[in-house]
Structure formats: structure tokens, C-alpha cells
Design a protein around this ligand. Sequence first.
Ligand SMILES: [Zn+2]
Ligand SMILES: [Zn+2]
Length: 386
Amino acid sequence: MYDRTRLDEWVALRRDLHAHPELGFEEHRTAGIVAERLAEAGYRVRCGLGQTGVVGSMTRGGGSRSILLRADMDALAMTECKGRSHGSTIDGKMHACGHDGHTVMLLAAAEKIAALDFDGTVHLVFQPAEEGRGGAAAMVADGLLDEFPADAAYGLHNMPDLPLGVIAAVEGPQLASSDSWEAAFRGVGSHGAKPHQGRDAVTAAGVFLGQLPGIVAREVDPLQSAVVSACALSAGDFAALNVIPAEVRVGGTARAYSAAMRDHLEEAIGRQAQGVASSWGIEADYRFIRRIPPVVNDPGPVAVARRAVVKALGGEALQTVFPPSTAGDDFAEFSARVPGAYVWLGMGPSVETGVHHSPRYDFNDACMSAGIEYWCAVVAEELGAK
Ligand SMILES: [Zn+2]
Ligand SMILES: [Zn+2]
């Protein structure tokens, strides 16, 4: 098990990061601490990749294999519940997803990995802006995988309600794609009492909204999963309830677990919008905005991850079945380019930790040693450390 005194220091750092949360692309303090610790541990450190991203890289021996381990650093724009000794010191910013814990576990592992006798290259990637702001894509666009080429990518996320210290390593889809769509219905505005003098975009948009759930209900294989939700709607003015507006805007999200399903949702939502518009004699402008792909685990790295769990934590710590999440994680930007394994680290009952993105959530420090040992074991399994 991990050294108790060192662990206390890492827990103190985790609580310090928790008290000083930074939003996506603003992680200057956090990135500074990360860069300093990596340099102290002997890593070649690259800062400023994807704005505030940091990479620590280390090569040992003559082996050509290289692997990427990812942690995320950003907090969320929300206010933490009061009363916690290490609670956020900034109103409107909070580590409500445990990225403070992810950052510290990989930093602690960095120190231990540096003392291992491995053969190959380890890239420790501390990414900014995981929470919907495109941090991973920014790092890739800045040349992450050219400067630090990798044969496999590993990610980890804490999970309330998975037993404490258990790691779920599962093949296939783990998190959904997360895309946005918008449809603007353009009719001809008119007097509310004389609809025949215009072309009613409001009624057309209502029909569209009524049809929308039919995409998942009737076009998606019942044994597969997808989500299409309308989440925003704007039209007209409550100060003018006798005016039919010319335009209605509708927007929402679409989630899928495969590239094919993603393509299908893009086409189907647009088809419904255009079809309804044409049947009502109006126009529709449709946009599907691709944000992040699904996280789909590759069998190769998953097998490595499973061996790492068993070696580091024992067979009882490994869970091989766990349901995918309809949330997204832009770790997908890495695992879409390099075979990847994204695992879930159990934090114990959510009645104690809170659920992700809730004001009372907190990373459970009791799972930290398991995460650290897991990371070290992945390097040992991948690069033959003794
Ligand atoms: Zn989150
Ligand atoms: Zn998260």
C-alpha cells in the first residue's frame, strides 16, 4: 500500500486544489503546481499546450513503446455548499467532478513512476477544460500527439456509488458523444387573430418537438442507446400575445455511443426539422455541432488495465461490468486517435460523497492510494517495469 506519510501530503495538496478551483483554460495556479512537481520528480516538462495544459514526459531504456496517462485539472462554474474545511474559497467556482483528485493522483504516481525501472516512454498529460470547453481538443490541435506520440492512452474518473477502491475496467463504450443541435424555423409573422396571413413557425416548431422523441423510439435499435433532447426554445414575446413571430429557435443535445449512431442522429434531427418546415410551407435552418466523440474502450488497453488492477489492488478490486454513462468526457479526443482505456475508480456511497456536479460533492481522499497504485501498475504492465 502507498506510504502513509506521503499520502497525507498528497491529501493536503488535493484539499488545497479543492479550495482554489479554476475553470477551464484558467488553470494557471494548478498548472504551475503540476509543472513544478513534475520537474522536481525528473520529468521533461512542457507547459502551455492547449493554453494551460501540462505534459511531463520521461523515457527509460531503449524501448520504443510510449503511453499517455491523462488527468484533468478544471473545476465547474457553480457554488459549493458551505461548511467544509477545505471548501472552495471562490463563489461560483467548485471542484464538483473530482478533477482535483485526478490531478493529485497522477502527480503522486509521477513521483513513484520516476523511481520505476521501465523501458519506454511515459507521457503524463494534465489537460485543461474537460468540462465542455474543449481542453483535450485544444491540446491535440496544439500538436500533443505529434510532440508526444503514444501507442496507448489511459484515463481514469472517480465514480460515486462504485465500492471504495474498486476499479471498473470495461471494454467498449464508456461515455456518450456530446453534440449540440439547433433548428431555426422561419415563417412569416402575422397578427395572432389572422394566422392565414402569415406562415406559422410556432405551430411548426411545436409539431417538430412532438415528433423529436420518435427518433430514438422508432429509428434506434431497441438494444442500442441514444438520447435526443430539446433543451432550449425561444420565440415571441409575452408582452405581445397577439403577434405570431416569424421565427422560432429550438436547440438541444444528442448523445450516442458509436460514430454510426452519431451520424444517424445528425441526419434524423435535420430530416425532421426540414420535413416539418416543408409541410408547413416555411424554412428551417439546421446546424449539428459536433463537440466530443464517444469514449470507446479498446480491448488491448483494457486487458492491460485489468492486469494492473489485479496486480496493484488484488482481484477483488477489479470490476469488469459497469454501465456506460450518458455524460461525455473529452478523453475521447485521445482515445479516438490512440487505443485507449478509461476506467472508473470507486469512491464509495454517494450519500457520503455527493454525486458529480452537485454542490455537496467532494472527492473521497480514501480512494487516492488505489488510484496512485493503479497508475504505477499500468506503467509496469505496459512498459515492463520491475
Ligand atoms: Zn464533470
Ligand atoms: Zn469529470
